[in-house]
Write a protein that binds this ligand. Sequence first.
Ligand code: IPE
Ligand code: IPE
Ligand code: MG
Length: 240
Amino acid sequence: MAFSETEKLPAPEHIAIIMDGNGRWAKNRGLPRTAGHKAGGEAFRRIANYCRTLGVKYLTVYAFSTENWKRSQEEVAGIMKLLARYLEEALRDMEKNAVTFRFFGDLSRLSPELRKLCREAEERSSQYHEVQVNFCLNYGGRDEIVHAAKAFAADVVEGKRQPEELTEELLSSYLYSADVPDPELIIRPSGEKRISNFLLWQSAYSEFVFMNVLWPDFGPADLDEAIAEYHRRNRRFGGV
Ligand code: IPE
Ligand code: IPE
Ligand code: MG
């Protein structure tokens, strides 16, 4: 395939993003951290829309990790409130946006109200077949694998499965991401170069693009740049 610099490169089917840098963005402006999360929410809306225009099938975003509970109660409450507002709005505009929602993570630790919004968004949006947004909420890659192992063990105890049956494919089907192909591209803005417990299983062969922009400033041009970088990589999957 030959593309000129100005021609749009085809987008990967599945893009995952660690939406990081909200706090620093706010600090740079002398604003409270919550203001950074609000601006981060706006960046998410922009990028989700843009992914739809690019024809991306799956967009997985890291919104709150199993480790993020370590933050102040005020910050956690602020993030949860923004998430609830976003989901209320998404439910209201569901037909217009036609986005399918899935939630990856242990939702049992969320408030009953937020959990209900997640469930409603998942149920009501399952009829759409354009872009699917996988929201990672109280998500941890290790927690996801432990959760899958427990569910498989329970099936063995119930006699539904045999231990010898377990394969990579079968274990994948117990993950929060069951039925979703692995992301080809994982983007981390904010300058940090680590995975922070995101998609540990699914990222086995993903291409990582680390960028210096803070998430609230992230726009379509940054996504274009990450996709262009992805196309410059030589994916070998262990071959030659
Ligand atoms: C990411 O931004 C949002 C969440 C983790 C919820 P941060 O809040 O981690 O921003 P920095 O890393 O402190 O700048
Ligand atoms: C990762 O960012 C989690 C999310 C973006 C939701 P963090 O800011 O929590 O990660 P660390 O602490 O820098 O590793
Ligand atoms: Mg951070």
